[in-house]
Design a protein around this ligand. Structure first.
Ligand SMILES: Cc1ncc(C[n+]2csc(CCOP(=O)(O)OP(=O)(O)O)c2C)c(N)n1
Ligand SMILES: [Mg+2]
Length: 583
């Protein structure tokens, strides 16, 4: 007798058929069958050691691969453990599906209001309600994730999971009218016009909370486009700031910038987008070089392309001159003027709008000159900015460390950065080859996501050297995944900027004379901890200590490397002074 397929198995099969190639998770009884079904149908399953890690790996993987991220968790605590990563993904509009078992009986120890959890962080709660329609309901969740660019929690009630998915017989059509029932819980989904991309995976992973535009076929209203055309024609010093909603549009934006004489910058999440262009100012905002800040402040027209122009990207608006015109091109009308004044909003897809504005005709010089090209070349990178090396007494200046690593590490790299005082050093001094070389899971500003981010990015980009840049606090918070790096055989370089403190708090409160005993720690031998997990490790206290990194790079790189850098930490970083204004 043939055993009928369960709904859990049908969900796994449907998602595999829908295009899921990799899933992350921690398996318990409530997600055992669905995860096995994914595997049975060819999906690579990556076991994390903590659900928080699993969710962030799936998020980072989605961002860097363009696929829909998938994470599977046990009901109740499996889901609550994953919540920080889910919040980050939801805020970043990462297309992602969380498959969670669900104990519907309130007397179960595992019971918790899972819909409310999802809604609270901006994820979309959905539910498998009918075993007979399991395949169809799974595909509807996939559709919401991919086309609406949402992070979806697909609750899988245990009793529905184990019921037969359908009578034995031919597979049902998957395009029925009845989709899964949206939960009655408060659904924060703004069902805007985002669900228009034809290709479920086209450009996925490209939208972020601070960069709300995503790819779609929406056309810009003609009059707004015409007004932008007029502003561009009249601008003498235009600057384009591209966000994650522009990451699919480099070619079109560069062509329009060439035509209008615009300089090019990005938000942090789109770092690397214009790499190679002589007019690339790199990141705008707290991480901007003095030259980039000067030139952006000097603009008479700033166009944010798929970019929220938030407090980070504009230094609380101070990078925008009072007399500058500000335009935002975004799929989401609500993004226009949400953070800074916007004189004009063009609602539409960045690529379509830029292409529509790039007609035939000569190029205007705009902001560009031979002199400026020279300045950008000579002063446009952080490593060209003079500084006094404060290394000494057994500690290395984080700038010296990062510049040396930038020289040592192959340029084909994918850099992931945790949160903390240290975060600007890798973000500013480690160059990346393009926007696919930087993974910045910072929409929720959580400490501890960096290592899992690097794992997801590494799996999405196996062609590049994965680099995780962590503070000592974030490293110890996310440490459960060190074993995952080793087990997966990832040739990763993990750099820990160790100041033996929650440096962000030290520099936030120290100047005001507060007691700092709660945010300072005794030395921890992170290199020994890493070796215990199977890493190679070096402790770096001065530039000479980096010889161990060079040695590891020679090969065979059969074990990951942890660089335990004991850094100087007397001074707060200049970008955090900006950040603290927002708290
Ligand atoms: C999950 C979480 N907990 C706490 C915070 C507050 N916080 C911000 S930065 C920071 C310190 C992080 O320490 P470390 O990783 O060593 O980086 P450092 O600031 O020392 O460079 C903390 C605790 C946070 N943002 N997220
Ligand atoms: Mg620290």
């Amino acid at each position: 007798m043939t055993v009928p397929e369960t709904a859990a198995a049908a969900v796994g099969r449907a998602l595999a058929a829908g295009g899921v190639r990799t899933a992350f998770g921690v398996v318990g009884s409530g997600n055992f069958h669905v995860t096995n079904a994914l595997v049975e149908h060819g999906v690579r399953f990556v076991a994390a050691r903590h659900e928080g890690g699993a969710a962030t790996m799936a998020d980072a993987y989605a961002r860097m691969s363009g696929e829909v991220g998938v994470v599977t968790v046990h009901q109740g605590p499996g889901l609550t453990n994953a919540m920080t990563g889910i919040a980050e993904a939801a805020k970043s509009r990462t297309p992602m599906i969380v498959l969670a078992g669900e104990a519907t009986d309130a007397r179960s120890n595992f019971h918790v209001d899972q819909d409310a959890l999802a809604a609270a962080v901006g994820a979309v709660p959905m539910r498998l309600t009918d075993a007979a329609r399991a395949e169809e309901q799974a595909l509807e969740a996939f559709r919401v994730a991919s086309r609406e660019r949402r992070t979806v929690l697909l609750n899988l009630p245990l009793d529905v999971q184990s019921a037969p998915s359908r009578p034995l017989g031919p597979a049902p059509a998957v395009t029925g009218a009845a989709g899964p029932v949206r939960s009655a819980a408060r659904d924060t989904t703004a069902q805007s016009g985002l669900a228009t991309a034809d290709d479920a995976t086209a450009g996925s992973g490209l939208a972020a909370a601070d960069d709300t535009a995503a790819e779609s076929g929406l056309a810009a209203p003609d009059d707004a486009t015409a007004e932008l055309r007029r502003l561009l024609a009249g601008a003498r010093r235009p600057v384009f700031v591209a966000g994650r909603g522009a990451r699919h549009a480099r070619r079109e934006l560069e062509a329009l910038a060439d035509r209008t004489g615009a300089l090019l910058a990005t938000s942090a999440v789109a770092k690397g987008l214009f790499r190679g262009s002589p007019w690339d100012l790199d990141v705008s905002g707290g991480f901007a070089t003095p030259l980039a800040a000067e030139l952006i402040r000097g603009a008479d027209l700033i166009v944010g392309w798929g970019c929220a122009l938030n407090m980070w990207t504009t230094r609380h608006g101070t990078l925008i001159a009072p007399e500058a015109e500000v335009v935002q091109v975004d799929l989401d009308p609500a993004a226009v003027g949400a953070h800074v004044r916007a004189d004009l909003g063009v609602v539409g897809d960045v690529r379509a709008v830029a292409a529509a504005l790039t007609g035939p005709g000569g190029a205007a010089p705009g902001y560009r000159s031979a002199e400026l090209a020279r300045r950008i070349r000579d002063e446009g990178r952080w490593r060209a900015v003079p500084y006094r090396d404060e290394s000494g007494a057994g500690r290395i200046d984080p700038r010296t460390l990062t510049i040396a690593l930038d020289d040592l590490l192959p340029s084909e790299r994918v850099v992931s950065v945790d949160s903390g005082n240290f975060m600007g050093y890798p973000s500013m001094f480690l160059d990346v080859p393009d926007a696919g070389g930087f993974c910045f899971t910072q929409a929720f500003q959580s400490v501890g996501l960096g290592l899992a981010t690097a794992i997801g990015a590494a799996l999405a980009r196996p062609d590049r050297l994965p680099v995780a840049a962590l503070g000592d606090g974030g490293a110890l918070m996310g440490i459960a995944e060190l074993e995952t790096v080793v087990r997966l055989g990832l040739p990763m370089v993990v750099v820990v900027y160790d100041d033996e403190a929650y440096g962000a708090e030290v520099h936030h409160f120290g100047p005001h004379g507060h007691a700092l005993g709660t945010v300072r720690f005794p030395p921890a031998d992170l290199a020994a901890i890493a070796r215990g997990h199977g890493f190679a490790a070096v402790t770096v206290t001065d530039a000479a200590g980096l010889a161990g990194v060079a040695e590891w790079l020679k090969g065979p790189r059969d074990r990951p490397l942890l660089v335990h850098a004991k850094i100087t930490g007397e001074r707060g970083s200049w970008w955090l002074e900006e950040a603290f204004k927002g708290h």
